[in-house]
Design a protein around this ligand. Structure first.
Ligand code: BEZ
Length: 338
């Protein structure tokens, strides 16, 4: 009798643990890789506000998951760094207390350096070209480097490219940046690109950028157009160079154990729902550049282009520095510069 009670208690604990760690609410596994009727209530975290394209993509992901699983797969979204910094978010995903994340490739590259490949300057003609490159072999191999951290890298999402905003200097060529103090996300490949022009970089977090430009602590910033509008940087920076010099991917990731605990068919639903969200983000965002330029100009910012050819020596310097650091970065660079 006592033995039976122990076996029963052990079984109960195993069932409870399995449902806690995967976000699964209900189980009836068929064991043959087909849809097994499990229901899930997943959590997804990211840093951008609800107005940013990454959040809209997260909502599209949620909608697609629900539609494709007949409501079995639910998603709760935690935007605006509600669950902490990206370092905190990745720890939560690793531990399984949060299931999914859209984490900047910039931060991800501090955990897995191969992601630096995405910051090769002027690597893509446009956003669609970057979107296409996300399905290339080197891009997939870069995602797979997260495996050893207990995380499955699923896909990439793009929301515009990086531009340069300057407080009061009309920068017309890279040499004009010499001596300027610019806010650049604390990601070595991004900062090295700016430093090669003679600028110095400050890795300020987004919430500190507005007042830093306003008070003259910095002379400008590396940003995307969405965030330039959302955060009203047109109020404190006079010049906007729409350089589109780098893409700005979010890495869509999930706790590995949770993902591998799903049936093959449910894994497919997750992958296809994410692909639909990534398509939605790129299609929507690609058509918005003119509208965003106009909105910034209407708010008093002088918007202009800079010839990418002016950056040739800085592009070469980047490739020479980063290619040899990692065979995957070299493979990626070779594939996009061909
Ligand atoms: C930034 O840190 O520059 C940033 C982060 C997320 C979205 C847009 C910009």
């Amino acid at each position: 009798m006592k033995k039976l009670r122990i076996v029963f208690t052990l079984l109960l604990a195993m069932i409870l643990l399995a449902s806690c760690s995967s976000g699964a609410k209900d189980s009836a596994s068929s064991g043959d890789g087909s849809a097994d009727g499990k229901t899930y209530k997943f959590k997804l975290t990211h840093i951008t506000p609800p107005s940013h394209m990454w959040h809209k993509a997260a909502e599209k992901f949620k909608e697609e998951l629900s539609k494709r699983s007949d409501g079995r797969i639910e998603l709760e979204i935690y935007p605006s760094s509600q669950l902490g910094s990206e370092a905190d978010m990745m720890q939560q995903i690793e531990a399984g207390s949060v299931d999914f994340g859209f984490i900047t490739a910039a931060y991800t590259s501090s955990r897995s350096p191969s992601f630096a490949a995405w910051f090769a300057p002027y690597a893509f003609e446009d956003l669609e070209a970057a979107h296409k490159a996300r399905q290339s072999e080197p891009a997939k191999k870069i995602l797979a480097t997260l495996d050893e951290q207990g995380i499955t890298g699923l896909d990439y999402l793009f929301a515009g490219q990086r531009v340069m905003l300057f407080k009061d200097k009309h920068v017309k060529k890279p040499e004009d940046m010499k001596g300027l103090k610019l806010r650049v996300t604390p990601s070595p490949p991004m900062q090295d690109f700016y430093k090669s022009t003679g600028a110095s970089t400050e890795g300020l977090p987004l919430p500190e950028v507005y007042s830093a430009v306003q008070t003259g602590v910095i002379d400008g910033m590396d940003m995307d157009l969405d965030a330039a509008i959302t955060n009203k940087y047109f109020e404190v920076a006079k010049y906007g160079a729409v350089t589109n010099h780098m893409v700005w991917p979010a890495v869509a990731m999930v706790n590995k154990k949770t993902f591998e605990g799903m049936s093959e068919e449910d894994q497919k639903i997750v992958r296809e729902s994410l692909a639909a969200a990534a398509d939605y983000a790129v299609e929507t965002r690609s058509g918005q550049e003119e509208e965003f330029r106009k909105e910034l100009a209407d708010n008093g910012m002088e918007i202009y282009d800079m010839d990418p050819k002016l950056f040739k020596p800085y592009i070469e310097e980047f490739d020479k520095k980063y290619g040899p650091t990692d065979p995957l970065i070299q493979e990626f660079i070779d594939s996009v510069r061909k």
